[in-house]
Design a protein. Structure first.
Length: 140
């Protein structure tokens, strides 16, 4: 079944999630405050918008609260990531995934109700180590 996603923050992680969701046949609204970043997803995002993920008015104006699944892929700016997540949970979005930078970031995200907290480098390292010791064929 086709699902609809919002991705806020188009660094390498956000773009990669966006491309894969598109490849799998889902709809994605891509948001970044930097116009150049949106150019990277013109072929894979269903909609795209220049907006600040910490600006409640902008998020509401884009209809983000009508989506069930939002991925916060804002990287270095931990404060922006936290504020954006808080706004999304206040809008009652049921499934919010957030990329965390470190343990303290993770802890705050957990407290404010992030539904899934991801550490891409850590999680990928874990997965690769498991593949390295498994007899199964590697899937990448
Ligand atoms: P990656 O490792 O995935 O490449 P990163 O951890 O280096 O990413 P950044 O490049 O710092 O992360 O941020 C990812 C994206 O989030 C950038 O394209 C940046 O413009 C965007 N971004 C940062 N703050 C905001 C914000 N408040 N609203 C919307 N987008 C933002």
């Amino acid at each position: 079944m086709k699902k609809q996603f919002v991705i806020i923050g188009l660094g390498r992680f956000g773009v990669s999630v966006c491309s894969e969701l598109h490849e799998l046949g889902h709809e994605v609204m891509a948001i970044d405050m930097n116009e150049d970043k949106l150019n990277e997803v013109t072929d894979v995002a269903t909609h795209s918008a220049i907006a600040d993920g910490t600006d409640e008015k902008s998020l509401r104006g884009l209809g983000v609260r009508n989506f069930d699944h939002v991925i916060v892929a804002i990287g270095d700016n931990i404060q922006a990531s936290i504020l954006c997540t808080l706004l999304l949970k206040e809008m009652d979005i049921p499934d919010v995934w957030v990329k965390a930078q470190n343990y303290y970031h993770h802890k705050v995200l957990d407290k404010i109700g992030a539904d899934h907290i991801i550490h891409p480098e850590h999680d990928m390292g874990h997965r690769i180590a498991q593949h390295l010791v498994s007899d199964k064929v590697l899937d990448y």
